[in-house]
Design a protein around this ligand. Structure first.
Ligand code: FMN
Length: 336
């Protein structure tokens, strides 16, 4: 993991920062916490973004909110994603996170949830262009660090206003724009489309990051070429596979790629689990680790049902870790 990746991939500039490459880990609530961002960073992600934090003032000091932005593990530039609908509240949340050490603020207008904390936030905001403009202006003016924005293509297929929102964003001083190639109404159904992303790229001069269903180097290369985007953002393809960034970096440079050996994957999982126990405590850590364990083993051909059940029933870190390591020792070729 101490190998250097992505040295000759296109670099990406966000305000004063030059990212080492154009491969970005997507923000994913419940997944892209410090331990996961650390691994993605170690495997060469050019930027990782925190899980979203709600801008509501009381929640800003909640222990759960603080864990979402906890960067004690080191994961490169500290980009904190905020979500909300009130311009002044968003500005205050941005300022607070800046004071807490954020180096980038990312605004979430891509979340499809109907209501987050009883308000129509996330991509629902795209319907109200005036409010979008107010939020972006307020946040950009509140901090002295770059602000980025994440959107969808629109609020439904008939109302794909990403180009309008992108122009508003550019005018407000947003320094990079990520677009998930689905509308809000699409949720996660169907396949992402890249035509709207291409139109956005042609309409603005700020860096554009293409996102949605990018799960291989081939797809990443196609999306970059088709849209002209400056970078790609990877979400679900990194679950249980933080080394996806190393794979993409090597293959996009035309280099041979060897997946990590089982011993390395085991070490990665051990590091991941140890850090989850450290961050969330024994009970929370064991619970959160379960989904990651499932995803890692999916990459390795899956687990026998009885082993899966035993791992899911483990309640203490040492017990969970021992079961995971025993399961590794039983993995048979071609995965060994
Ligand atoms: C479990 C999960 C949680 C997510 N949480 C967030 C979030 O907090 N903020 C956000 O902007 N997008 C969130 N997303 C959307 C992703 O950032 C990304 O746009 C989407 O998954 C499409 O990319 P992919 O096909 O590479 O996964 C989430 C997606 C998933 C699957």
């Amino acid at each position: 993991m101490d190998r250097l990746f992505g040295q000759s991939l296109p670099v990406m500039q966000i305000g004063p920062y030059q990212l080492p490459n154009n491969l970005i880990l997507a923000p994913m609530a419940g997944i892209t916490d410090g331990p996961f961002r650390q691994l993605s960073h170690q495997y060469g992600a050019g930027l990782t973004v925190s899980e979203m934090v709600i801008s509501n003032a009381e929640l800003q000091h909640h222990p759960r909110t603080l864990k979402k932005t906890d960067d004690r593990y080191g994961s490169g530039l500290r980009s904190v994603q905020i979500l909300g609908t009130d311009p002044q509240q968003m500005a205050a949340a941005a300022r607070l996170n800046w004071q807490r050490g954020a180096e980038l603020i990312d605004i979430n207008m891509g979340c499809p949830a109907k209501k987050v904390c009883s308000v129509a936030a996330g991509s629902a905001l795209m319907k109200n262009e005036e409010l979008v403009s107010k939020i972006l202006d307020a946040v950009v003016n509140a901090v002295d660090i770059p602000v980025t924005l994440k959107i969808r293509t629109g609020w439904d297929l008939a109302n794909r206003n990403a180009v309008t929102i992108a122009k508003i964003a550019e005018q407000s001083g947003i320094q990079a724009l990520a677009i998930h190639g689905r509308s809000r109404a699409c949720k996660f159904h169907g396949i992402a489309e890249y035509d709207t992303i291409k139109q956005v790229k042609q309409a603005v001069s700020i860096p554009v990051i293409a996102n949605g269903d990018i799960d291989s180097a081939e797809k990443a290369g196609q999306v970059l070429a088709y849209t002209g985007a400056d970078a790609v953002m990877i979400g679900r393809a990194a679950q249980g596979k933080p080394w996806v960034f190393a794979e993409l970096a090597a293959k996009l440079q035309g280099l041979a790629y060897l997946p990590p050996p089982l011993t390395e994957i085991k070490a990665v999982m051990n590091q991941h689990l140890d850090n989850l126990y450290d961050l969330y405590g024994n009970v929370g850590g064991v619970r959160i680790a379960r989904k990651h364990i499932g995803w890692y083993f999916d990459q390795l051909g899956g687990l026998p049902a009885a082993t899966k059940t035993a791992i899911n029933q483990a309640e203490q870190p040492a017990q969970q870790m021992a079961l995971v390591n025993a399961a590794f020792n039983r993995i048979i070729p071609p995965f060994a």
